[in-house]
Design a protein around this ligand. Structure first.
Ligand SMILES: Nc1ncnc2c1ncn2[C@@H]1O[C@H](COP(=O)(O)OP(=O)(O)OP(=O)(O)O)[C@@H](O)[C@H]1O
Length: 762
C-alpha cells in the first residue's frame, strides 16, 4: 500500500503543490494566448495599407509568441497528469547542500522564487538517477565534475495525477518499474521508457554528443528507443544553436516512421526530419528517381534464383569503398574537362588569362563542388571585367590620343586630315561605346566552354560502358563483372529505372559535383536498422549531410540485407567514422525468456558467430509449434490461436509470413474469418485493433504482444538469409510466439533444443 510508505504524506503534498503550480502556469499561459490573439486582431484592424510595416511587425511578433506559448502549453499539458517519475537526493560534497530533485520529462521552475520544481531527465544532475548507485557519486556539468553523496533514489507511479506507488531503489532492489513496464502491452510502450532507461542504454544516450557512435545491439535491446532519446538529448543540450529541423532520423520504411513518430512529441522532438534513405536522396538531389522495388532482388536472393552469385556480388560491390574509389577516379577525369584553353578577352583586352582561370578552378576553389567552382569563377570574371572597364576606356582614349598626335604631326591641316580625324574619332567613340555597352554577357559567353554539370549523365556514362568500368577499377573488376554491371545498368535504363544500390553513388556524385543545399544538410543524423546500410551509403550520407555526428544503431544478426549491407562495424569505423565510439547492448527488453531462448538457439545452431541476446528476466509461455495438415486448415488454426491470445488480454497480434506473396494469400484466406486483418505493405500505417499480416522482412523494428508465424508454402531454409529472417520474426513478440506450418522443418526447428518449444501435444 502506497499510503504505508513513511514519506507518503509528504510526497502527496509535494505532488499537489507541483500540480497546483502547473495549473496556475497553464491558466496564465492561456490568458496570455488570448492577449496575443487580441494584439493580432488589433494590428489587423489598424493595418494601414500605405505604411503597414509597424502593424506587420506587431502581427509577426505576436504570432511568434503564440507559437512559443503553444509549444510550452502543449508540453506542460502533456505531462500534467504525470509531472515527474522519480526523485533523487544528493548531498553536494563541496557546499554541503542536500537537495531533492524531482525528475520529469520537462523542467519546471517557479518564476517567483526560482525554485526548481521538476528537473528535465536530460539535465546533468538527472544522470545520477540513471547511472548512479547510492553512495559516493559524481556527475558532469558544463563547469566540471560535481561530487557528492546520492542518498535517495525513488520512483513513483502516478496515474491521472494521483500518487499510486512509491518505490525506493537501492542496490539490491530489482527495478520493479522496469518489470512493470515490460509486462505491459505493446501500445504506448515507446512513450513511457524515459523513467526506466537502463544504465547501459543511458550511457549510449548521453555518450559524447560531439562524436559519432555506433551501437551493435541485439534484438529488443532498445536501439530504437535509444535513437529517439539521444536525439532528444542532443536538442536539449544544443538548444541554443540547433533547431530540431537540423536533426534527421533515417528509418527503413514509412511503416516504421509511423511507428516511431508516436513517441516523438513526448520527447519534444516532433519537428525533426524523419525520412527513409530513398526519400532523402530523392528530395536532396531534386529528382524522383524510379527505383526497382528492392524486394524484387531480395526475393530473387531469398528464393535462390539463378545468377544469384553475380547478383549478390553486384549489390555488394556497389556499396563498397572500392566502388567509391572507382567513382573518384572517374570524377577526377570529369574534372579535367573543366580546364579552359582560352584567355578571357574583351575587345582585344585580356581580362583574365586561361592559366589564372584554371588556377582559380583547380587550386583556389578546389575545395568546392564543381558547380560552385564554376559559379565562383564566373563571379571573379564579372568583378574583374567591371573593374577593368574604366581602365580599358582610358587605354583606348590614350591610344587614340597618340594616333591623333601622329596625324597632326605628320599631315598638314587639309580636308583629308580633317576627314581622317573625324573617322578616327568615330572609331574611338564606337569602341568606347561598345565597351560601355558590353554587359556581363561576355562572361556568360566565356563560361559556355565549361561543360554543364549533370549528375545523371555523369553516372550513366560511367555505368553503361564496361570498358570504362574496367579502366577506372584499376584492375579490381574482372571483365565478366564489369560487363554484368554495365549490362544490368543498361537494361534498367531502358525502363528508366535505378536500383536501390544506385542511390548512394548518385548522392555522392551529386554532392561532389553540385554540393548539397543547406536544407538537406544536418547537424546530427541518427540511423536505425543501420546494419542494412552499406559503407558507401554511410560515406555518401556523411558527405551530403556535412557532418560526421552520426548515431548508427543496428544488429548484424538481423542483417537480412547483408548482401548489400555491411559485414562488420569495424569496416564502417575504418572507412567512414574513424572517430566513432563503439558500444554493444546485449540485454533484450522486448521478449520473454522463453521466446528469446528459442531465438538464441536458432542463431547458436545456425550462425554461431553472431551475438545472442540476454533476456531481462520476464517469463511467459514456451513458444508453440502447431502442425498444419493442409493450407485450407490455416484460418481455423489461426482463429483458435487468436482467440486464446485475446483471452489472455493481449491486444496487438501479428501474423508473420516469410514472403509478401504468402502474406497476400493469407490475407485472402483470413477474410473468411470473423477477425479483421490488415495486410501491411511498406507505405501503410498500422491500424490499431486489427490483426496485422506482415511479411517478416517488413516487420523488422516492429513489435507486437503476440506473433504467429504462418508458413504454409514458403519455408525457411537453413540458408543464412532465411535464418536471419526467421530470427527477426521470432524476436517481434513481447509475450507470446507460436508457429503454424506443415512441419517443424519449415521453421528449422529440428536441430534446435526440443525443450525450448512445445508442440501441439504439449
Ligand atoms: N529501458 C527500458 N524500459 C522499458 N522498456 C524498454 C526499455 N528498453 C527497451 N524497452 C522496450 O523493449 C522493446 C524493444 O525496444 P526497441 O524496439 O527500442 O529495441 P530494438 O533494439 O530497436 O529492437 P529490434 O532490433 O528488435 O528492432 C520496446 O518495447 C521498448 O519499449
Amino acid at each position: 500500500m502506497v499510503t504505508e510508505h513513511p514519506d507518503y504524506e509528504q510526497e502527496k503534498e509535494r505532488l499537489t503543490y507541483t500540480k497546483h503550480y502547473m495549473e496556475e502556469i497553464l491558466t496564465a499561459a492561456e490568458g496570455k494566448h488570448e492577449d496575443f490573439k487580441g494584439n493580432i486582431k488589433e494590428a489587423f484592424e489598424n493595418l494601414d495599407y500605405l505604411d503597414s510595416s509597424l502593424s506587420y511587425i506587431n502581427i509577426l511578433v505576436n504570432a511568434k509568441f503564440i507559437e512559443m506559448n503553444t509549444a510550452d502549453i502543449e508540453h506542460l499539458k502533456r505531462v500534467e497528469s504525470k509531472p515527474y517519475f522519480a526523485r533523487i537526493d544528493f548531498k553536494n560534497k563541496e557546499s554541503g547542500e542536500h537537495d531533492s530533485y524531482y525528475i520529469g520529462k520537462v523542467s519546471l521552475f517557479r518564476k517567483d522564487t526560482q525554485e526548481s520544481l521538476i528537473v528535465d531527465w536530460r539535465s546533468p544532475v538527472a544522470n545520477l538517477y540513471y547511472d548512479g548507485r547510492l553512495g559516493e557519486v559524481e556527475y558532469e556539468t558544463e563547469d566540471g565534475e560535481v561530487a557528492g553523496n546520492l542518498t535517495l533514489k525513488r520512483q513513483y507511479v502516478i496515474e491521472e495525477g494521483k500518487l499510486e506507488e512509491i518505490r525506493d531503489i537501492d542496490i539490491t532492489t530489482r527495478d520493479e518499474l522496469l518489470q512493470d513496464s515490460l509486462s505491459g502491452t505493446a501500445d504506448n510502450r515507446l512513450n513511457e521508457i524515459v523513467s526506466t532507461i537502463q544504465a547501459e542504454q543511458n550511457e549510449v544516450i548521453r555518450s559524447d554528443l560531439s562524436k559519432p557512435v555506433i551501437v551493435q545491439g541485439v534484438a529488443g535491446s532498445g536501439k530504437t528507443t535509444i535513437a529517439l532519446h539521444r536525439i532528444s538529448m542532443f536538442i536539449y543540450t544544443f538548444a541554443e544553436n540547433t533547431s530540431p529541423e537540423e536533426m534527421m532520423i533515417l528509418a527503413p520504411n514509412d511503416l516504421f516512421i509511423d511507428y516511431i513518430s508516436q513517441a516523438l512529441p513526448d520527447l519534444g522532438v516532433d519537428q525533426i526530419k524523419q525520412t527513409t534513405f530513398t526519400e532523402y536522396v530523392r528530395k536532396s538531389i531534386g529528382k524522383k528517381v524510379k527505383i526497382v522495388h528492392p524486394d524484387q532482388k531480395f526475393l530473387q536472393i531469398l528464393e535462390h534464383e539463378t545468377e544469384e552469385e553475380l547478383l549478390e556480388w553486384a549489390s555488394h560491390f556497389k556499396g563498397t569503398f572500392s566502388f567509391k574509389t572507382l567513382i573518384d577516379r572517374y570524377l577526377a577525369d570529369v574534372e579535367k574537362t573543366y580546364r579552359v584553353n582560352d584567355d578571357f578577352k574583351v575587345e582585344g583586352f585580356t581580362i583574365y588569362k586561361a592559366k589564372n582561370v584554371n588556377r582559380l578552378f583547380f587550386e583556389d576553389y578546389h575545395y568546392l563542388p564543381l558547380e560552385n567552382r564554376v559559379k565562383k569563377v564566373k563571379n571573379v570574371l564579372q568583378a574583374n571585367f567591371k573593374k577593368k572597364k574604366k581602365e580599358m576606356i582610358k587605354v583606348i582614349e590614350q591610344k587614340f590620343e597618340d594616333r591623333f598626335d601622329q596625324l597632326y604631326y605628320s599631315m598638314k591641316q587639309t580636308e583629308e586630315r580633317r576627314k581622317r580625324v573625324v573617322h578616327l574619332n568615330d572609331q574611338k567613340e564606337k569602341k568606347i561605346d561598345r565597351i560601355k555597352k558590353t554587359t556581363n554577357k561576355v562572361v556568360t559567353e566565356y563560361m559556355k566552354q565549361y561543360p554543364k554539370v549533370d549528375v545523371f549523365q555523369a553516372y550513366h556514362e560511367l555505368m553503361s560502358e564496361k570498358d570504362q568500368l574496367l579502366h577506372y577499377s584499376n584492375g579490381e573488376l574482372t571483365k565478366q563483372q564489369a560487363a554484368y554491371l554495365a549490362e544490368t545498368f543498361q537494361e534498367r535504363r531502358k525502363k528508366n529505372q535505378y536500383e536501390l544500390e544506385d542511390l548512394a553513388p548518385l548522392l555522392y556524385i551529386h554532392t561532389q559535383l553540385k554540393g548539397m543545399k543547406k536544407k538537406w544538410q544536418a547537424k546530427n543524423v541518427v540511423i536505425d536498422e543501420a546494419q542494412d546500410y552499406s559503407v558507401f551509403q554511410f560515406y555518401a550520407l556523411k558527405q551530403a549531410a556535412g557532418t560526421d555526428l552520426f548515431t548508427l544503431l543496428g544488429d548484424l544478426s538481423q542483417g537480412i540485407h547483408a548482401y548489400r549491407g555491411i559485414e562488420s562495424w569495424q569496416e564502417v569505423m575504418d572507412e567512414v567514422f574513424p572517430k566513432a565510439s563503439y558500444r554493444t547492448l546485449k540485454k533484450s527488453y522486448r521478449t520473454t525468456v522463453e521466446v528469446m531462448n528459442l531465438a538464441n538457439d536458432l542463431l547458436g545452431v545456425h550462425l554461431p558467430h553472431l551475438d545472442s541476446a540476454e533476456p531481462v528476466v520476464r517469463h511467459g509461455s514456451k513458444p508453440k509449434f502447431l502442425p498444419l495438415q493442409k493450407e485450407a486448415d490455416a484460418p481455423a488454426l489461426i482463429t483458435s490461436e487468436i482467440q486464446s491470445i485475446m483471452e489472455k488480454g493481449m491486444k496487438s497480434i501479428a501474423l508473420l509470413t516469410k514472403t509478401m506473396k504468402e502474406a497476400k494469400e493469407l490475407a485472402e484466406l483470413m477474410k473468411a474469418t470473423s477477425y479483421e486483418c490488415q495486410l501491411l505493405e511498406e507505405t501503410q500505417q498500422l491500424t490499431q485493433g486489427k490483426i496485422a499480416i506482415v511479411p517478416s522482412y517488413l516487420a523488422k523494428g516492429l513489435e507486437f504482444d503476440a506473433v504467429i508465424l504462418v508458413n504454409a508454402k514458403d519455408h525457411y531454409t537453413d540458408h543464412e538469409i532465411d535464418i536471419k529472417l526467421l530470427y527477426v520474426a521470432m524476436t517481434r513478440p513481447l509475450h507470446y510466439l507460436s508457429m503454424i506450418g506443415p512441419s517443424e522443418d519449415s521453421f528449422q526447428l529440428n536441430p534446435l533444443n526440443r525443450t525450448l518449444f512445445q508442440t501441439e501435444q504439449g
